[in-house]
Design a protein around this ligand. Sequence first.
Ligand code: SF4
Ligand code: SF4
Length: 202
Amino acid sequence: MFNFFKQVGDYAKEAVQAGRYIGQGLSVTFDHMRRRPVTVQYPYEKLIPSERFRGRIHFEFDKCISCEVCVRVCPINLPVVDWEFDKASKKKKLKHYSIDFGVCIFCGNCVEFCPTNCLSFTEEYELCVYDRHELNLDNVAMGRLPYKVTQDPMVTPLRELVYLPKGVMNPHGVSPSERRAGLFPSEILEQAVKDSENSSEA
Ligand code: SF4
Ligand code: SF4
């Protein structure tokens, strides 16, 4: 008989313990339900890279003087500058230029030291391919103008930190209904149009 009561007592204790664990788990779930989502619904939403973001490098063929400074300052001698000597003008003439972005570490040395500023970082970060050799971009591919998330009508651009209420750095405690401090790009555009109308009227 004593054993029976002991078993019932143990069972009741375990049931209470299990109830506590379930309650703890659900409290975390309910806590998260009140929070603003911090995830980006890629590819329908994309973060706007910062102004100094180091994405795919843009190359301007006509500005390049084939000096090969970019090769010398690159820690892995990555840029390939293919030139020939033009006897008529007595100058180097660029034939091909390429950088393998599968190997590039985006250190920025080539962009920094190029004497003619023909290299510049873009905000393109979607460098996904099935074959790594496809990341070896030539002067034509590198000359393509950068893709901008703010100009794609299929994408909602987000700059999450800017949209948080003033003074708040952690988005976890912010309720979804709370007004963000920053403006969406569409709101910035509306504001700019209003400002220009006001200044032309004045
Ligand atoms: S960013 Fe750096 S690693 Fe990439 S090509 Fe330029 S110098 Fe080389
Ligand atoms: S440093 Fe600039 S100008 Fe010189 S080869 Fe490289 S890209 Fe061309």
